[in-house]
Design a protein around this ligand. Sequence first.
Ligand code: ADP
Length: 510
Amino acid sequence: MWVDGLRKANSMRILIASSEAVPFAKTGGLADVAAALPQAISRMGHEVWLALPYYRANQPKITKANYPIHQTGVEFDIEMGEKTVTGELYWSEIPNTNVTVLLIDQPEYFNRPGLYQENGHDYADNCERFAFFSRAVIEVCKKLILRPHIVHANDWQTALIPALLQTEFAYHPQFLRTRSVYTIHNLAYQGQFWHWDMELTGLDWKYFNWRQMEAYGQLNLMKTGIVFADAVTTVSPTYAKEIQTPSFGCGLEEVLATHHDKLSGILNGVDTHIWSPSVDTHIEENYDAKTVKEGKAVNKAALQEQLGLPQKPDTPLIGMISRLAVQKGLDIIAPILEMVQRDAQFLFLGTGESQYEDHLRYLAQKYPEQIAAYIGFDEGLAHLIEAGSDLFLMPSAYEPCGLNQMYSMLYGTPPIVHETGGLADSVVDTTEETLKEGKGTGFSFKYYNTESLLQTINRALDLYEDKPAWDKLVQNCMKGDWSWSRSAKEYINIYQRLTHSPREAIPVSI
Ligand code: ADP
């Protein structure tokens, strides 16, 4: 049953809309966040709904994960430009929580091999697919007579929801008290479409202006979410500052600076039921801070064997799990791999741009003793890499939050990072001083270039040889608190503030 009768005092009704969430569908960090945040909020006593597209192609995975999906019989029609599209509601729940999952079914839009693209090409009707999904979220609320206090939209795919709530549905009796939050997980992906797609949003053309939905002549859904939401968050405090500057603002820095009063940064947490070396079901041997040495040795041997690297227990193993995109630092990593003159092994798990996939395959062939590359998406291997590596490589050019550096610290695997965004907010560079103070948790560099990265890798490898110092570093890493309850409290503060304040004033259209 998805509509609860009685509520505790002060508890809020919160609807989170996302285009992906674990285990229903995942392409990146958004899926981890969209699954963990609702659970953390629900544990704090609030009623939570999570709305997702029903990607039927993912169904076998879901059934395996024991998340049964139920039909509701609820259907709805949505005007999409000149046609009417029918959708249907399914529901599920995240076991052992009060989180109800609302699955929007529209097979023509969502029953496809990819979430957003196939063979490297975005689906041509992405605007239509996610405009439909955004409107469907509102239609489903109407059908279920759901009056959320907060609708929390995420990234461009659901950015239309805050706009609908501030315009077409502003005076709808069910949404009079509803406030919207919009979270930017990665500003680089903005949902930019040609202007005629404005028709698909169903909103009046008067909103297609430079202050609201238009940017550089196109319909821009990211901008739409920023402008219309009552509060905007992004996934780390540093990234919240960075995106107001031309270097990181991806053309929207002025929009963000204009709306800086409602912008804040909240670092993501880690779902420690899934990502913790003491309970992880994917790794060879579980361990904690006391047994880390033995535990890591077993996982390292298993990892080296699985990836075909020589099993050398004393050779430092540097792992990386990543989308293979320029954002993740691949352009500065590529030249380094042939420059490291040390006894070290490198291991890559990732998919992405073909130039990087090919380059890694080539290097793995050329240096089979030092470099291994698994080109693909493999959740189990990702866990084993966190557990079995000695160091984790994450020199992203920019990083809104990043999850893998937090996972790696929890697994006693110090990360090597570029000091940006969430990496700057979560990793403390190791110096003699920070190590002694119990604060140093990794290795970071300021200037994004190959030389700085190479120096930092060498600095990390030097410390690896100093066993007592290394053990201390590993202990520092493992005692960090990255739990979701910390982040969830910050979201709740924003939600509570909004429910007690009037709606964001919308700039007058021209
Ligand atoms: P982003 O969302 O920018 O891709 P994050 O670090 O925030 O980066 O999150 C990436 C998530 O996706 C992590 O959970 C990571 O383990 C996972 N991931 C990325 N690539 C792969 C892959 N090839 N195989 C398995 N998991 C992957």
